[in-house]
Unconditional design. Structure first.
Length: 135
């Protein structure tokens, strides 16, 4: 399988589960949580994964998914473009979703770590406000 996607510099406390072509539609259409679209071999992606991980660790959100863009196929690409209402699916997108609604799409490109941490924090706070005791 392709399980070993996230960089080992994440501790065993990493919050991510894996989104796959089989479950990504169900997640975005029916569930609530956060989806990180990343690229296994990309240092920016790895960096941002760790920043988001740190933000999530201070919350009670359990549903955080990592989707490796290397796995994308035409069907999922078309679905995501339509669902997210954006022109292309790329490395570094963070999607906050709840019950079929897209609450936030964050493009982490060109942001420094402090900016990114604050944006992630605000997006996560928004999701928590939409939830009850836990997500």
């Amino acid at each position: 399988g392709s399980e070993a996607l996230i960089d080992v510099s994440l501790s065993e406390n990493n919050v991510y589960q894996y989104a796959t072509n089989d479950n990504i539609k169900d997640l975005l259409d029916n569930k609530r949580g956060i989806l990180f679209i990343g690229l296994n071999n990309d240092n920016v992606s790895r960096n941002n994964i760790m920043i988001l991980n740190d933000v999530i660790m201070s919350t009670n959100i359990n549903d955080v998914y990592y989707y490796d863009i290397n796995n994308i196929d035409d069907d999922i690409n078309a679905y995501l473009i339509n669902k997210l209402n954006i022109s292309n699916i790329k490395n570094g997108l963070v999607i906050v979703y709840k019950d079929g609604d897209i609450l936030n799409i964050i493009d982490s490109k060109d942001l420094n770590n402090d900016e990114l941490s604050k944006i992630y924090h605000d997006a996560v706070a928004e999701l928590i406000e939409q939830c009850d005791e836990s997500c």
